[in-house]
Write a protein that binds this ligand. Structure first.
Ligand SMILES: [Fe+2]
Length: 179
């Protein structure tokens, strides 16, 4: 189940808020400019569906989102525990970083943690199938799907150069290992 856990940055062992309520998650994340939505597709494509089938299933949501954000493109990323690049990909986004454009993801299957670091607080959003999250440009964050990542996600973007991670050099993510 999706879950938001909020900490003061100096107290990794003592969350100040834990909620699995989607509306409460959305409200709390909205305070830091992060959008969180649940998308209910009439039909959830199987995990092995072709990218075109997955994109088509969520087309009405994608069109609306692109209209709202101005993002122009979407694609599908799939990661499985046996993927040879899984450890390297995990390492890549595990340290705190920012991007020059919004990081917008929708989980079709599986799960992953987006962890935002804003105004002295850490917001660990465990996203699961049916969740959309949009992390604005320049918000400090990291991503972790654990040592055996398993997810299929839509990426919504304007320019793939915005995916480049600019690392902050802060080792805070090491103090907030995801469950
Ligand atoms: Fe990122």
């Amino acid at each position: 189940m999706s879950r938001l856990t909020v900490f003061e940055e100096c107290s990794p062992a003592a969350p100040v808020l834990v909620t699995e309520d989607a509306a409460a998650m959305a409200a709390e994340l909205a305070r830091i400019g992060v959008a969180f939505q649940r998308w209910e597709s009439p039909v959830t494509p199987p995990a092995d569906a072709e990218p075109e089938v997955i994109l088509e299933a969520y087309r009405p949501y994608l069109d609306r989102l692109m209209g709202e954000t101005g993002a122009g493109s979407a694609d599908v990323i799939k990661l499985t525990p046996d993927h040879p690049s899984a450890p390297a990909l995990r390492e890549k986004f595990l340290n705190e970083h920012i991007h020059t454009e919004d990081e917008i993801r929708f989980f079709v299957h599986g799960s992953g943690h987006f962890v935002m670091h804003v105004d002295g607080r850490v917001y660990d959003a465990l996203c699961t199938a049916g969740d959309l999250i949009a992390v604005p440009a320049n918000i400090r964050h990291w991503f972790d799907a654990g040592p055996a990542p398993s997810f299929t996600a839509l990426r919504v973007f304007t320019d793939t150069s915005g995916w480049v991670a600019h690392f902050t050099g802060d080792d805070i993510s090491a103090r907030f290992p995801v469950a």
